[in-house]
Design a protein around this ligand. Structure first.
Ligand SMILES: C[S@@+](CC[C@H](N)C(=O)[O-])C[C@H]1O[C@@H](n2cnc3c(N)ncnc32)[C@H](O)[C@@H]1O
Length: 562
């Protein structure tokens, strides 16, 4: 009698489990991820309870059936959690499912996708390859699986070498999805900085245009700012900022590594006492060997951290590729948060999708600190001082120290007066160059001053009248560009003036080479020449002759590779 009751109870449990499983599957198919996770969780608990009650010896078939169901349920819950970007929990489900059946195809596929999203490319590749071996036809998903394998191989290569190329995407007119970028940390380390707190330093020489790092945002938020000033714009920014904070909190709560690394960022105070994190923590595969504590960050600290470290995508010193200019975007990127500002920077940011690419905008020597501009460095000292105030620090870079020392020189004051009064920019440039020629200013410092008075230079070189009037009394554009690049790195506005001159007057091989070098400092080592050409022409009105742009062409016998 007792046995019968027990059997009936078991049948009841079984029916309940079947119903739950069907409901969970239906919810999964309907892509109702949250609800399906709940249904699977109940099913999994019941299933685990049944398994612990079932005897291996007396009922091996039932036990095997239950274990199969549990494995599938864990795998499906992993998929739902993956869709919600709950990667840590999804990965745990996959591990549990694979403990039951190490050759479960669906779980291996899901685990590969999770690892790929966590930028752990070689581990992801291992999962996809294992799945392919298990089922060479892949349930009809062969194409998809091969796609994942190719992607992992590509990203793994990029993350090891930093050799990525956006040429094809540029050549396609930035159409379609942004290219897949692998996370990459170049030859850099975090050290105590003379500028402030910690900074990022190169451990080897870095060429112009070579990548320093590529990293995906913890979170980004974008909006289209309403045209015109006032409340509307401010409200849109407030909403954007609030959404951004929520997204950062969400990402941190889902990933202990992200949470841990956010906690290491500066909140703006006592920077010189802050811990120096090991660079390996920022490398894609680190998670596999590290256990990150589950720590929570208090709201005030997060707000201060975001205040100090968030970057605006389309700052003057950054370039956003492949998106129309109406968007305003803000984001948090972890490793770039260790990069200090300098008014004489050697790196710049390039934004593609949610990735930020930091590249050398001029040659960087081993041991040099990597810096980029938080605000416009092609501006005079007084303006930069105003901008640093809004950033909440007093800039301690070499250029500021030097220019502060020269500030009171009457010659510099006179030039400022000429410019403020809107008098002839050629005259201001002439006076500046004469002052520097007299020997007080040499080498890189010349570039500092030229960058401070860039506005005058740019106006002068774009006015044929000024160039004609002042002739050799003002420097030729090419050496000026070189001196600017030495002082502040490549800049697209300087590039634009150079390209305008080339499109107007034509130019030889040397000029084109110079433009390409400058282009590399702005866009990185774009491999295909035609793609670089398109980038060089971005943002300049192209004078056309019989419909052809007049930028000097690459000759036929030059290969397409730079
Ligand atoms: C994004 S963090 C840069 C990394 C920071 N030094 C650290 O230790 O975490 C920005 C903060 O660094 C400091 N900082 C960056 N550039 C600076 C500069 N040129 N002069 C003075 N302080 C600077 C300021 O305190 C700023 O708020």
């Amino acid at each position: 009698m007792i046995k019968k009751e027990q059997q009936l109870a078991e049948m009841g449990e079984e029916t309940k489990m079947q119903q739950l499983r069907s409901k969970a599957t239906e919810l999964l198919l309907r892509e109702d991820w949250r609800e399906s996770i709940q249904a699977y969780s109940t099913f999994i608990s019941l299933c685990q309870a049944q398994i612990s009650k079932t005897h291996r010896e007396s009922d091996p078939d039932n036990l095997s059936k239950l274990r199969k169901s549990l494995c599938l349920a864990l795998s499906n819950r992993a998929e739902a959690r993956f869709r919600l970007k709950e990667f840590r929990d999804a990965l745990k489900d996959c591990e549990d499912a694979l403990q039951i059946d190490g050759t479960h195809f669906k779980t291996l596929l899901c685990k590969g996708k999770i690892l790929l999203s966590l930028n752990r490319y070689s581990l992801a590749l291992g999962c996809f390859r294992e799945a392919l071996v298990l089922d060479p036809q892949c349930n009809g998903n062969l194409e998809m699986l091969n796609g994942f394998i190719d992607k992992c191989k590509k990203l793994d290569y990029v993350s090891r070498t930093g050799n990525f190329d956006v040429s094809d995407w540029v050549l396609s007119g930035f159409s379609g999805k942004c290219p897949d970028l692998g996370e990459f940390v170049g030859t850099v380390e975090i050290k105590r900085s003379e500028i402030s707190g910690r900074g990022l330093f190169s451990t080897k020489n870095i060429d112009v245009g070579a990548l320093v790092l590529v990293t995906k945002a913890v979170a980004t938020e974008r909006c289209i700012l309403p045209k015109g000033e006032g409340d509307l714009g401010e409200n849109a920014q407030l909403v954007m900022w609030k959404n951004f904070i929520d997204k950062v909190n969400e990402s941190a709560s889902k990933c202990p590594k992200t949470q841990h690394l956010i906690s290491k960022l500066s909140a703006g105070e006592n920077e010189d006492d802050l811990e120096i994190p090991d660079i390996s923590l920022f490398k894609p595969e680190t998670e596999a060997t590290h256990v990150f504590p589950n720590e929570s960050l208090d709201v005030d600290k997060i707000l201060s951290i975001l205040d100090v470290n968030s970057l605006v995508e389309d700052a003057v010193s950054a370039k956003v590729l492949g998106r129309d200019g109406d968007f305003y975007g803000v984001g948090l990127w972890l490793l770039p948060s260790f990069i200090n500002h300098s008014c004489s920077p050697n790196a710049r940011r390039l934004h593609i999708g949610d990735y930020v690419i930091v590249l050398a905008s001029r040659e960087v020597k081993a041991g040099e600190e990597i810096t980029f501009a938080y605000y416009d460095v092609l501006s005079p000292l007084s303006k930069r001082k105003d901008m640093e105030k809004t950033w909440g620090f007093y800039c301690k870079c070499k250029r500021c120290k030097y220019e502060e020392g020269m500030q009171s020189k009457p010659e510099i004051e006179e030039i400022k007066v000429v410019l403020e009064r809107g008098l002839d920019v050629g005259c201001a440039i002439f006076r500046l160059e004469e002052y520097m020629k007299r020997g007080v200013v040499r080498g890189k410092e010349k570039g500092y001053f030229r960058a401070s008075f860039w506005k005058a230079f740019s106006e002068a070189y774009q006015s044929e009248k000024t160039v004609r009037r002042w002739g050799r009394k003002i420097p030729a554009l090419e050496p000026l560009v070189e001196s600017l690049v030495e002082a502040v790195g490549s800049d697209e506005r300087v590039l634009k003036v150079l390209i305008r001159k080339l499109t107007k007057c034509g130019g030889g091989f040397g000029e084109m080479e110079r433009a390409i070098k400058l282009g590399r400092g702005v866009y990185g080592k774009v491999v295909k020449k035609q793609a670089m050409r398109i980038l060089l022409e971005l943002g300049i009105e192209k004078p056309t002759l019989n419909g052809l742009a007049m930028l000097p062409k690459f000759s036929q016998n030059e290969s397409d590779q730079l």
